[in-house]
Ligand binder design. Sequence first.
Ligand SMILES: C[S@@+](CC[C@H](N)C(=O)[O-])C[C@H]1O[C@@H](n2cnc3c(N)ncnc32)[C@H](O)[C@@H]1O
Ligand SMILES: *[C@@H]1O[C@H](CO)[C@@H](O)[C@H](O)[C@H]1NC(C)=O
Ligand SMILES: *[C@@H]1O[C@H](CO)[C@@H](O)[C@H](O)[C@H]1NC(C)=O
Length: 302
Amino acid sequence: MISESTTTRRIVAALHRREFTKTASYFLLLILSYYLGYLSALIKIPSYHHATTTKVNSPPQTTDTDHYLFQTRCADPIPSQLFHQTILDRIFNGSSPYKDFPQPHIKPLLRYKRIRGWGSTGLVFKNLIHKVKPKTIIEIGTFLGASALHMAELTQQLGLQTQILCIDDFRGWPGLSTRFQDIKMVNGDTMLLYQFMQNVVHVNATERVIFLPFSTGSTLETLCEWGIFADLIEVDAGHDFHSAWSDINRAYKLLRPGGVIFGHDYFTAADNRGVRRAVNMFARVNGLRVKADGQHWVLDTV
Ligand SMILES: C[S@@+](CC[C@H](N)C(=O)[O-])C[C@H]1O[C@@H](n2cnc3c(N)ncnc32)[C@H](O)[C@@H]1O
Ligand SMILES: *[C@@H]1O[C@H](CO)[C@@H](O)[C@H](O)[C@H]1NC(C)=O
Ligand SMILES: *[C@@H]1O[C@H](CO)[C@@H](O)[C@H](O)[C@H]1NC(C)=O
């Protein structure tokens, strides 16, 4: 009995040991596969990064210079007196978009006047308008019209017949409505364009300030194809490097000889998002010197 029970105990103990080793090996296997999976994931991530870095290090392909090319050849310039009507004809089906504005269902959604801008009345506007005496100004990034209407006032004070072309999709940016709750929204459509128009109407500037409510990229290309050029161009739309780079390159082609291009956020908290890098790179590539005026950068034509 004793020996039997001892044997049984030994067998049970052995079985337990086997159980243990079985459990342990399952456990080890699990850890191992997990570890392998983890390792392979680790290997995958750097190999992805690696791919992008080696591309930069590999000999330049011809396509690598594509971001420097903004090739569209602009049409011959049309006379500046025709700009306003050309835009009405080709964008607004021949009549002023301010006609019958605001429609009765829109009027209650608007404030009589609602202006808010960023550095929109800096001295740079006065300095450059006095210097250039522009017949045509293109503004890239208008929002509620703070800077556009400031320029309209400055040019009027000088007795200039200046046409101001405002390019903005009037969408603002994702999340606009949480910050500007008084700019109403209708079925997800912000009333930014209408509030801007209301601001223009409020100061009687509907003849002098016309707008092109589309993306900056397509609009600047279109103005180039239509032969619409400017003496003064202000850049203040997207502030990331790629937006600024594209806007500046496209806009520069629309400058008349002797014209000046300038823009916001060279010296503000927003500049490190890319405006300053884009401006500096543009100047370097084109052999220009960047001048600063307050928060703004300024580039002359050569
Ligand atoms: C900083 S606000 C302009 C402020 C204005 N210059 C002022 O001083 O009052 C920027 C504007 O650029 C416009 N914008 C940004 N990216 C754009 C794009 N890709 N196409 C058209 N408009 C754009 C936004 O809708 C916004 O109204
Ligand atoms: C454009 O104007 C013409 C003539 O005035 C009119 O018949 C047509 O409906 C208008 N188109 C749009 C999109 O409003
Ligand atoms: C705009 O014009 C109207 C009528 O022509 C005039 O009553 C009003 O004072 C003008 N407003 C401004 C800001 O010039």
